[in-house]
Design a protein around this ligand. Structure first.
Ligand SMILES: Nc1ncnc2c1ncn2[C@@H]1O[C@H](COP(=O)(O)OP(=O)(O)OP(=O)(O)O)[C@@H](O)[C@H]1O
Ligand SMILES: [Mg+2]
Length: 477
C-alpha cells in the first residue's frame, strides 16, 4: 500500500513517566512521525478530539487512571485507531485483556528498538490499509450512487425514467448499447434502486468464462462432482441469492450453455453439478450485450427462447456521440476522480479542450472519454487541461459539425473569395453580385482580411490576405 509522503503520520503517546515519554517522543520523531505526548489519559482523550491520530501508544498503568479505560475511550472516539499498550514485566495478563478489548498489540518494557519499530510499522500499515479500504469503499459508493452517474442529456433522462419504472420490480432486464456506454453502471444503478439493494450484486462476464467451467461457475458443484472438485463450491446463482445477477456480454455465450441458462432463468431453479436435486434461487437477472441479439437469433447463434426470456424489458443505452451534452459533465466527473487517484490538483479544462472533447465521435464511448481524461491528468504539467493533451481526439475542423458562428464565418470567407475571383477583383461588380453596397462589401473584406486587387486575374482560390487596411487606396474605400 502506498504511503502518503506529503503528510506525516500522527502518533499519540501517553505515559506518566516523563523521562520515558521524552525518550519515546525522540525516537518516534526520529522515525519521521509527528508526535503528541500526554502524561494523563484525560489529556490524551482531549487531544484525540482535536487531532486525527494514526496510532496511539499508551502505558497500561497511569497515575490514578486505568490505561485500559483510556484505550477503550480512544478507540470509541476513533474507530479503527490502532492502540499499542506499554506494559511492565509481570503484567502480561493485563496486556492480553487489553488485546481482547481491541488493542492492536503490546510492548513489554524495556523494549528493544527493533521490536519497537516493527510493532509500530505493523500497526500503521494496518491502519493505512483500512483507510485505503474506506477510501475505495467511498469511491465505489460514489461511483454507483445515482448522484455520481452523469445523465443530463435528454436521452439519458429518458433512460432514467424507464429505469425508475422498472427498477423496483423483479423484471428481467436486457441492457443493450455499444461498448463503453455504461451498461454495467446502469445495471448497478438498477440494483441499487431496487428493493434488493441490500442483497448482493454478482456480475459474470459470459465471454470470459471457459465452456468447461461454465456450469460449475454458474450453478456450483458438489464435492467429487468431477476429478478436480475436491470440495463443494457455490455457484454465482447461489451467491446472488436475494440480490441481482448481472450477465454481461450474454451474446457471447455458446449455444450449448444457453440451454442450461435458459432452464435456470425460466424456473429460477438450479442444480449443482453432481447433485441429484435442484434448489430454488431468488435472483433478479439483468443481462447486457453490445450485439444485436435479434440479429443473432436470425443467424442462429442465439436461442430464440432465451432471447424472449431475457428481453422482457429491453433498455437501450445511447452512444456518447448521440448525447454530447453529457460530455462536459462526464469529463469534469472523470477529472475529479482522476485527481483523487493521482493526488494532483487541476482546476479544469480550457474551453478549447472541452470543445474538442465535445466534438469527438467517441467510438469507445464513456470508457474512452474516461481513459483520455485520466491520461491527460497524468501528462498535464499545468493546472488546466489544454487541447494538446488530447492528441488522439480528432481535431475540430475534421468534425462534421461546427459552432454556427464559426461555420457562418467560414462560409462567408469562401464566398467572398469566390465572388472576387469571379469579378476579377472589381469591387463594384462583386458588391453588386453579392447584393451589397460597396461600403458594406468593403467592411466584409476587411473583416476577413481579404484584399481585392491581389485577386485580379488570379484563378488560384487562395486570395492573398490583407495585413492591414492601409493597403486599400482611398478610392477603394
Ligand atoms: N453515466 C455515467 N456516469 C459516470 N460514469 C460512467 C457513466 N457511464 C459510464 N461510466 C463509466 O465509464 C466506464 C465504462 O462503463 P461500463 O463498464 O458500465 O460500460 P459497458 O457498457 O459495460 O462497457 P463494455 O461494453 O466495454 O463492457 C466505467 O468506468 C464507468 O464507471
Ligand atoms: Mg461492461
Amino acid at each position: 500500500m502506498e504511503q502518503e509522503n506529503t503528510e506525516r503520520e500522527n502518533i499519540l503517546v501517553v505515559d506518566d513517566d516523563e523521562g520515558l515519554l521524552h525518550l519515546l517522543k525522540m525516537r518516534l520523531s526520529a522515525m519521521g512521525f509527528s508526535v503528541t505526548s500526554c502524561t494523563t489519559g484525560q489529556e490524551a482523550v482531549g487531544e484525540a478530539k482535536k487531532t486525527m491520530f494514526n496510532l496511539a501508544i499508551t502505558d497500561l498503568r497511569l497515575r490514578g487512571e486505568d490505561g485500559l479505560d483510556v484505550t477503550e475511550e480512544l478507540m470509541r472516539s476513533h474507530p479503527g485507531l490502532p492502540v499499542i499498550i506499554l506494559t511492565a514485566h509481570g503484567s502480561i495478563p493485563n496486556a492480553v485483556e487489553a488485546m481482547q478489548r481491541g488493542a492492536f498489540g503490546y510492548l513489554t518494557k524495556p523494549f528493544d528498538d527493533k521490536e519497537f519499530k516493527a510493532t509500530i510499522e505493523k500497526a500503521l500499515s494496518q491502519q493505512r490499509m483500512s483507510r485505503e479500504i474506506d477510501r475505495l469503499k467511498s469511491l465505489v459508493k460514489e461511483l454507483y450512487g445515482l448522484e455520481n452517474v452523469v445523465a443530463r442529456s435528454p436521452a439519458m433522462q429518458r433512460l432514467f425514467q424507464q429505469i425508475g419504472q422498472v427498477a423496483d420490480s423483479d423484471a428481467t432486464i436486457l441492457l443493450f448499447g455499444e461498448t463503453g456506454t455504461g451498461k454495467e453502471v446502469m445495471a448497478r444503478v438498477i440494483h441499487t434502486n431496487s428493493r434488493r439493494s441490500k442483497g448482493p450484486f454478482v456480475a459474470l462476464n459470459c465471454a470470459a468464462i471457459p465452456e468447461t467451467l461454465f456450469e460449475s461457475e454458474l450453478f456450483g458443484h458438489v464435492k467429487g462432482a468431477f476429478t478436480s472438485a475436491h470440495g463443494a463450491k457455490r455457484g454465482l446463482f447461489q451467491m446472488a441469492n436475494g440480490g441481482t445477477l448481472f450477465l454481461d456480454e450474454i451474446g457471447e455465450m455458446p449455444l450449448s450453455m444457453q440451454v442450461k441458462l435458459l432452464r435456470a432463468v425460466q424456473e429460477r431453479e438450479i442444480r449443482e453439478v453432481g447433485s441429484e436435486t435442484s434448489m430454488k434461487v431468488d435472483v433478479r437477472i439483468i443481462a447486457a450485450t453490445n450485439r444485436d441479439l435479434s440479429e443473432a437469433v436470425k443467424n442462429g447463434t442465439f436461442r430464440n427462447d432465451l432471447y424472449y426470456r431475457i428481453s422482457v424489458v429491453p433498455l437501450f443505452i445511447p452512444p456518447l456521440r448521440d448525447r454530447r451534452d453529457d460530455v462536459p459533465l462526464l469529463a469534469q466527473h472523470f477529472l475529479k476522480l482522476s485527481m483523487k487517484r493521482s493526488n494532483k490538483e487541476i482546476k479544469g479544462f480550457t474551453p478549447a479542450a472541452l470543445h474538442r472533447l465535445m466534438m469527438n465521435p467517441w467510438p469507445g464511448n464513456v470508457r474512452e472519454l474516461e481513459n483520455v481524461v485520466e491520461k491527460a491528468v497524468v501528462m498535464s504539467q499545468q493546472d488546466t487541461l489544454t487541447p494538446d493533451l488530447f492528441p488522439t481526439v480528432s481535431v475540430v475542423t475534421e468534425s462534421p459539425l461546427k459552432p454556427l458562428t464559426e461555420a457562418k464565418e467560414e462560409f462567408e470567407r469562401t464566398y467572398l473569395k469566390s465572388v472576387l475571383q469571379l469579378t476579377g477583383g472589381n469591387i463594384s461588380r462583386a458588391a453588386q453580385f453579392a447584393g451589397r453596397y460597396r461600403a458594406d462589401f468593403y467592411k466584409m473584406l476587411r473583416k476577413y482580411g481579404l484584399h481585392p486587387s491581389t485577386t485580379k486575374g488570379k484563378l488560384d482560390p487562395e486570395v492573398d490576405e490583407l495585413e492591414n487596411e492601409e493597403h486599400l487606396t482611398e478610392a477603394e474605400r
